[in-house]
Write a protein that binds this ligand. Structure first.
Ligand SMILES: CC(C)(COP(=O)(O)OP(=O)(O)OC[C@H]1O[C@@H](n2cnc3c(N)ncnc32)[C@H](O)[C@@H]1OP(=O)(O)O)[C@@H](O)C(=O)NCCC(=O)NCCS
Length: 173
């Protein structure tokens, strides 16, 4: 979208990011999630991105570390959550720009995949595929139909993975 800048969050953005999530989700759960993730080893500063429009923060996306267990193997991959755009600016492509930009940044890191819990129709536009493609399960109480994933390194997700989200996510799901 014309006039939108997507960039890494800085400390001065924190309050505005909270406002974005409170208005998009109509509650404070995601703000609590982001706050606890920021203070955890799962947080990667370069993967917390804001969308700025006319010097105002109108969107935010966070990718953080989760564990993929494949048999005896354990690997860090990324989870995309949460993401939000202020309702007054939604349906203009800002969410799509945030997803695309975050995937680009994620590719620069040595992670093998990104997983997301959310509307599959939205995420499939960017190349995310249904969890059943890899027989993925996760430790959150969500329907498997709501989980999609994208491999950044072919073969990373294997054929029977279990994704462990850190306990910070329990406040949201
Ligand atoms: C989901 C969300 C980030 C999309 O942002 P956006 O800037 O409107 O996204 P885009 O304009 O790039 O794409 C719009 C598409 O998003 C999808 N979408 C809209 N609301 C959605 C929602 N609540 N959940 C998932 N996808 C949604 C639709 O496919 C929509 O297509 P349309 O405009 O043709 O109807 C924004 O609607 C939002 O903040 N929703 C509330 C919070 C949320 O559900 N976050 C995602 C889960 S973590």
């Amino acid at each position: 979208m014309h006039g939108i800048t997507v960039r890494k969050e800085i400390v001065e953005d924190v309050k505005a990011i909270d406002v974005v999530h409170m208005s998009a989700f109509e509650g404070e759960q995601e703000v609590g999630l982001i706050d606890s993730l920021r203070n955890s080893s799962a947080f990667i500063p370069d993967l917390s991105l804001v969308a700025e429009f006319k010097q105002r923060i109108v969107g935010h996306i966070l990718l953080s570390k989760v564990t993929l267990q494949n048999g005896a193997n354990s690997t860090d991959i990324l989870a995309l959550a949460p993401m939000a755009v202020v309702p007054s600016q939604s349906h203009r492509g800002i969410g799509s720009e945030l997803v695309t930009a975050s995937v680009d940044v994620a590719r620069k890191y040595d992670f093998g995949a990104i997983v997301v819990v959310g509307q599959p129709d939205f995420y499939q536009k960017f190349g995310f595929e249904a969890a059943k493609t890899w027989n993925l399960q996760c430790n959150l109480p969500v329907s498997n139909d709501m989980i999609t994933a994208m491999e950044l390194k072919p073969g990373c997700l294997g054929s029977e993975g279990h994704i462990i989200f850190p306990s910070h996510f329990e406040r949201v799901y």
